[in-house]
Design a protein around this ligand. Structure first.
Ligand code: ATP
Length: 355
């Protein structure tokens, strides 16, 4: 089922939780709502679900105005971060529940329910644990059962609010891959809320980046990561270094150094901030031009296949975070206290007023 959100507003007292939100989700897409705490992700999800009424705007399901439709008529399935399963029911009974409580005229036969539950347990790879009780499952297994239970009633839309939020990092990572595969199999239009950029980048077809009740950018993971529309999106999607400078005719001047600012050829001289991700800094021992920033190695930390460096700029003592491959680090033979020159390979420049 396709979803269209038009000009949605939501206030809580004098607080604006959602501010003119527009969003279109075609049938079968897996979309991540990504943003910091309090940006309005859950509120938007609850409005789509029908658990919250917007102050203004319209929600269309499959082209029809569903804004006033009751939750139970919307054909949505939910999975929440702490979606408590029924503790006194087995896994099998939990998944069967939504079908068993249907009114008699639309309730499937006992055999049909059994077949459906078995099929779902297989789908979420839990078919051998049907007789267990929730207390006998791991957190990741419980969330898979919550998902199977939500899918049992054949929702047209799946809404997931931080479904893996309460799980440890390793299980989270496993479930991420798993949910992507599951979605590729069942193709139900799905929206999940997360504040974890890695999760959104890995799992979603498109990412909706939210901030203070507004949508900052909507795009594929590649688009939001590589072509952020503003510095908020760029900073939210990964670690960045920030260099204050001055933009003039396609060049950005940072301290005594100068770099090409690819997307800003025609701008007149103005204050700007250049952002560069730690792995996109080019570290050299020598420099013969002014296209690098002089710094000193303050701290070295090797983590798995990468080496993180903390560098201190020579001109203003501010810190730069750099990330090198082990090979490059070995090649450079760096030690704490060494002088280095920092080139900016893939800088993004946003014009910003600062003092
Ligand atoms: P988180 O990641 O922390 O869950 P979020 O992006 O999902 O954040 P929302 O839960 O949508 O954010 O909340 C947005 C803002 O609206 C927050 O500042 C929150 O305090 C406020 N808010 C949400 N629900 C209510 C409510 N029922 N009454 C008052 N304020 C609310």
């Amino acid at each position: 089922m396709s979803i269209v959100i038009r000009d949605i507003d939501k206030q809580f007292g004098s607080f604006t939780a959602l501010n003119h939100v527009d969003l279109e989700i075609p049938t079968g897409e897996l979309v991540a709502l990504l943003g910091p705490s309090g940006s309005g992700k859950t509120t938007l999800l609850r409005i789509i679900a029908g658990l919250e009424t917007p102050d203004g705007g319209t929600v269309f399901f499959e082209g029809e105005d569903a804004t006033a439709q009751r939750v139970q008529d919307r054909k949505v399935g939910f999975v929440f971060q702490h979606y408590a399963l029924f503790r006194h029911m087995t896994v099998f009974e939990n998944v069967a529940f939504g079908l068993r409580v249907r009114p008699a005229r639309s309730r499937p036969s006992r055999e049909a329910i059994n077949a459906k539950v078995n099929e779902l347990l297989k789908l979420v790879q839990m078919d051998r644990l049907g007789n267990r009780y929730p207390a006998q499952l791991s957190g990741g297994q419980r969330q898979r059962i919550a998902l199977a239970r939500a899918l049992a009633v054949e929702p047209k839309v799946m809404l997931l609010d931080e479904p893996f939020g309460a799980l440890d990092a390793k299980v989270r990572k496993e479930l991420r891959h798993w949910i992507r595969h599951l979605h590729d199999e069942i193709h139900v239009t799905s929206i999940f809320v997360t504040h974890d950029q890695e999760e959104a980048l890995e799992v979603a077809d498109r990412i909706v980046v939210m901030n203070e009740g507004r949508i900052e950018q909507i795009g594929t993971p590649e688009a939001v990561y590589d072509h952020p529309v503003n510095s908020f999106v760029y900073q939210f999607l990964g670690n960045v270094n920030l260099f204050r400078g001055r933009l003039d005719r396609g060049k950005v001047r940072i301290g005594a150094s100068e770099f090409v600012a690819p997307e800003h050829r025609d701008a007149a001289a103005q204050s700007a901030i250049a952002y560069v991700r730690p792995h996109e800094l080019a570290i050299e021992r020598h420099s013969e031009d002014n296209q690098s920033i002089k710094a000193r190695v303050a701290h070295i930390r090797a983590i798995g296949p990468v080496v993180r460096l903390e560098l201190k700029r020579a001109d203003d003592n501010s810190l730069i975070e750099a990330e090198l491959t082990k090979e490059r680090f070995t090649e450079l033979r760096l030690a704490e206290g060494d002088e280095v020159f920092v080139g900016l390979k893939n800088l993004k420049v946003f014009v910003e007023n600062y003092v």
